[in-house]
Write a protein that binds this ligand. Structure first.
Ligand SMILES: Nc1ncnc2c1ncn2[C@@H]1O[C@H](COP(=O)(O)OP(=O)(O)O)[C@@H](O)[C@H]1O
Ligand SMILES: [Mg+2]
Length: 276
């Protein structure tokens, strides 16, 4: 690792001095969702509650709790954890679309994301137009986008004609192919992939995996959330295990995956964490 030098980086709360070899720094991050507990959110219910002087009942979900994490440039980080562990919430907050409830996230570089449930595409526009939007969102110029559109369209390999049809006419598989193709062809500094490899058939999965391996070898910074634990051990150089919003373990992917598997089999957290 080259010795790092401090550079100014823009954050939500102004400029900070930041190590140039660091891609993302997460400081004491907590994210809490407020969920309306009333199942029937009708006007009638609201009026009845108001007339009785009741407040809207809210439940809070602590999706991420006091997380600290450094992601150096050039590292490939895998995130494992059960459903509801906070993986997607963490990815959304690194992507800048979910503001921290507490703490902060400093990002040094251009981010490209492929987040679960296809955040970002406009269903009324064609695949081709969404490629342009995706490129602009990733900070590319129109010329840079035009220069790589063919490559993105080829990679997605949709059935004839679909690339110029509105995205709302796509199957979820087609949608996933275009989204993945956009994300991996933007040459971002930091690439976030949430369950990205679950899109498409076996041959598209193989192609996606190959492309991810290339990106990993190009020494880009990549954060991968995957239920396919083999993806984490094969592609990542570091892994973390999240459970109910907390960081349980961080280290070599093989180690972390072993610990997580032991937890899945036995249902027990490492002994030091039993109170969580
Ligand atoms: N938009 C939301 N509103 C309210 N609660 C949410 C929302 N998104 C996620 N959650 C809750 O936050 C917790 C973490 O969810 P998530 O980040 O999706 O976990 P994972 O991706 O690891 O499955 C869960 O308890 C989930 O129910
Ligand atoms: Mg998720």
């Amino acid at each position: 690792m080259s010795s790092s030098q401090m550079i100014p980086v823009k954050t939500a709360s102004g400029m900070v001095d930041f190590p140039s070899d660091m891609a993302v720094r997460i400081e004491d991050l907590s994210i809490t969702y407020k969920v309306n507990v009333d199942t029937k959110r009708t006007l009638k219910n609201a009026v009845m509650r108001a007339s009785k002087g009741e407040k809207v009942r809210m439940r809070t979900v602590d999706a991420v709790q006091h997380l600290n994490l450094d992601i150096p440039h050039g590292s490939v980080l895998g995130i494992v954890g059960a459903n509801g562990a906070g993986k997607s919430t963490l990815m959304r907050s690194i992507a800048g679309i979910m503001p921290p409830t507490e703490g902060r996230i400093i990002v040094n570089g251009k981010i490209s994301t492929l987040l679960a449930l296809g955040v970002g595409f406009n269903p009324a526009l064609s695949g081709r137009d969404n490629i342009v939007l995706g490129g602009l969102a990733a900070g590319l110029t129109r010329e840079e986008i035009d220069a790589r559109t063919d490559q993105i369209v080829d990679f997605a390999a949709l059935p004839e004609g679909f690339i110029d049809m509105p995205v709302r006419t796509y199957s979820s598989g087609m949608y996933g192919r275009v989204a993945f193709s956009v994300a991996v062809n933007m040459t971002p500094d930091i690439l976030l992939l949430d369950e990205a490899l679950s899109a498409g058939d076996a041959s598209f999965k193989e192609k996606s995996f190959k492309r991810m391996r290339e990106l990993c070898e190009e020494a880009r910074t990549i954060v991968i959330v995957s239920h396919a634990l083999a993806t984490v051990t094969e592609l990542c150089d570091t892994a973390i295990w999240l459970h109910k919003g907390k960081l349980i373990a961080k280290g070599e992917p093989e180690d972390i995956v072993d610990q997580y598997l032991a937890f899945l089999n036995v249902g027990k957290l490492p002994s030091s964490m039993e109170d969580m």
